[in-house]
Design a protein around this ligand. Structure first.
Ligand code: SF4
Length: 353
């Protein structure tokens, strides 16, 4: 699945993702987490480099776009977050919670092709206490309203857990707030460190799922559906509010049959839904920037990105997006609302876009 240390290495169990090279911002070594990680990677013999800015990391190898992309996915940057204001995060939350960027997965359609470009290295912040202090300020500004933070806006953040413990720290932080709530979404399954935490129901963990055929065709270096559903069962058993995101919903020929099968499998794993179960749906969309990166890195991706078959819309960050035509989206919305309503009448559909 992911890039792991050599078989037999005792670190393989502890670190489902293992980088090939690591960069440190000099300031990261002023924090205990940064220092400890430097010692860990040095002991394991990884090439360690310093970078003056976590926004411009140079020296990632690769003769072709595809090689550079693959090398970046195995490059970890330990960084210090300096910006004290957080970006908005519609439709899932009020703000992004910046714990990390990037993801070791290689989904062909990934939205990070737009935001992170051709060398989407992985970045994890070590100054978590600063980040939570800034989150506290954002919460206070909106009181008495509750403020919701999304931990997966620009990352699948489970990869950082064995390194910085960022998600555990966030879950514990939000458990102690009266008006702050946290949520993140993942395709990964290394949830064990999160299970014993006292979360007080203030963190919602959602799993990104899709029809098995879609996972096979497009979601490389990610766990299969059954592993994701098993991980979901574990977090539900640990009392976390939970949910599923079906994204992207591909509306190609035969989509109803494909997604009917997905919900059959979901029901096999989850015949009795937990209280407060949520669903989110995002139909497939792409930007021209993502299309050009995907076509260069994965000319054989098999993604249908014909703009003639799509409607054009401006997105929240100024990128124009190509969506399915409105009639098709409405048809899909009716299908999924009906499916959830029949199988999980107590569950809430938070949005369908
Ligand atoms: S798991 Fe999510 S963030 Fe990671 S490559 Fe796939 S779509 Fe992108």
């Amino acid at each position: 699945m992911l890039d792991r240390p050599q078989a037999g290495d005792e670190t393989a169990q502890k670190y489902p993702f293992w980088p090939e090279r690591v960069y440190f911002e000099p300031g990261a070594l002023d924090y205990p987490r940064g220092k400890a990680l430097y010692e860990l990677f040095k002991e394991k013999g990884l090439p360690l480099k310093m970078t003056t800015s976590h926004n411009r990391v140079t020296g990632i190898p690769g003769r072709t776009a595809r090689e550079g992309f693959a090398a970046a996915k195995r490059t970890l940057v330990l960084a210090v977050r300096r910006s004290t204001t957080f970006q908005s995060c519609k439709p899932s939350a009020h703000y992004q919670l910046p714990l990390a960027t990037g993801c070791p997965g290689q989904c062909r359609y990934c939205y990070l092709h737009t935001t992170l470009g051709r060398k989407p290295y992985l970045r994890a912040y070590v100054n978590l206490e600063d980040i939570f202090a800034w989150a506290g300020r954002h919460i206070r500004e909106r009181e008495p309203e509750t403020t919701l933070f999304e931990g997966a806006a620009v990352s699948d953040p489970l990869f950082i857990e064995p390194f910085t413990g960022g998600l555990s720290a966030a879950i514990s932080y939000f458990a102690g707030t009266a008006r702050g709530r946290f949520r993140f979404v993942t395709k990964f399954t290394n949830v064990e460190p999160l299970l014993p935490l006292s979360h007080r129901g203030h963190t919602r963990i959602r799993f990104s799922i899709n029809a098995p055929e879609i996972i096979e065709r497009f979601e490389f270096k990610t766990p299969r559906l059954s592993a994701r559903l098993n991980a979901a069962q574990k977090v539900i058993a640990a009392g976390y509010p939970a949910g599923f995101i079906v994204a992207p919903v591909f509306l190609e020929r035969g989509w109803q049959e494909r997604y009917r099968r997905l919900f059959d499998l979901l029901q096999e794993h989850l015949p009795a839904p937990p209280p407060g179960l949520t669903f989110e749906f995002i139909t497939h969309r792409f930007t021209l920037r993502a299309r050009s990166n995907i076509e260069e890195i994965f000319p054989d991706s098999g993604l249908d990105m014909d703009t003639e078959k799509r409607q054009f819309r401006y997105g929240q960050f100024g990128y124009g997006k190509y969506l399915y035509p409105p009639e098709l989206i409405n048809q899909a919305k009716a299908f999924f609302m009906d499916t959830v309503g029949r199988l999980y009448p107590e569950a809430a559909v938070e949005y369908f876009i």
